[in-house]
Design a protein around this ligand. Structure first.
Ligand code: SF4
Ligand code: SF4
Length: 239
């Protein structure tokens, strides 16, 4: 967590914290809640402190670095080489061939500034969707895989479960006939978690923009918002 020295108690920084981890202590200096600080460094980058007294704390452990890199969008994940939570999500599927015609790409984007996400809740969702048929790729494609104990069950390593991040994406692929089961799993597990998530589904639609999975979404009461349409510009890497 970030450290505060020589605070003059002006309270300028408190509204800048993305997850409410800063508060005024009884002795008139600001206190950082170590169980909530995500090391996003917004309070530092914003230069809100008039005496520049908020500084990064030591990032000694793997978990410290994982939390910081996932929460600070200016950092790049080493394994994927991608900044901003380390995943390219669905942006380049036509170019990279990451998603095939007979499968759906699924992105479950958990947490948000103002809310955050505990990794214990990430595990609950990951276990539910993996059981329903989602396949999680390796750490070279998604940072979450680095903290998974078993990608075939969705279980995370025990020592990461209490970590609190700004947000993280559970992403993977599943055969088209498993999409409905994944949606059911999400509907069921959403009642057990203390954060928000958004759902992205990557599909290769026909020339009219239609795909049968869109009907499945409608049946679940989910009105699909079509975004990030990739029209195939760029140099294809996939053969
Ligand atoms: S690093 Fe982020 S979470 Fe931690 S105190 Fe600063 S703004 Fe809040
Ligand atoms: S902005 Fe700086 S001086 Fe003011 S309360 Fe925060 S840490 Fe203390």
């Amino acid at each position: 967590m970030v450290q505060v020295e020589d605070c003059i108690g002006c309270e300028e920084c408190i509204p800048y914290c993305t997850v409410g981890a800063l508060s005024m202590g009884n002795d008139g200096v600001v206190v950082v809640d170590g169980s909530r600080c995500t090391d996003c460094y917004v309070c530092i980058r914003s230069k809100c402190c008039p005496v520049d007294t908020i500084v990064p704390g030591p990032l000694n452990t793997f978990n410290d670095n994982f939390r910081h890199v996932l929460s600070d969008p200016t950092e790049t994940t080493a394994e994927t080489g991608v900044p901003g939570r380390g995943t390219e999500e669905s942006k380049t599927n036509d170019v990279t061939g990451r998603f095939r015609k007979d499968e759906a790409g699924i992105c479950i984007d958990m947490g948000r500034p103002g809310v955050g996400v505990r990794m214990r809740d990430v595990e609950k969702v990951a276990v539910a969707v993996v059981r329903a048929g989602l396949k999680i790729p390796g750490p070279e494609e998604t940072p979450l895989a680095k903290v998974m104990a078993d990608r075939t069950t969705g279980k995370l390593k025990d020592d990461v479960l209490d970590e609190y991040l700004l947000s993280i994406i559970i992403e993977g692929t599943c055969p088209l006939d498993k999409v409905e089961g994944v949606l059911r799993a999400l509907r069921s597990v959403e009642k057990e978690i203390d954060t928000v998530f958004s759902l992205g589904i990557v599909l290769q639609v026909d020339e009219n923009g239609y795909h049968p999975v869109l009907d499945t979404l409608e049946a679940f009461g989910i009105k699909p918002y079509r975004g990030k349409v990739n029209v195939g510009f760029g140099r294809p890497l996939a053969t």
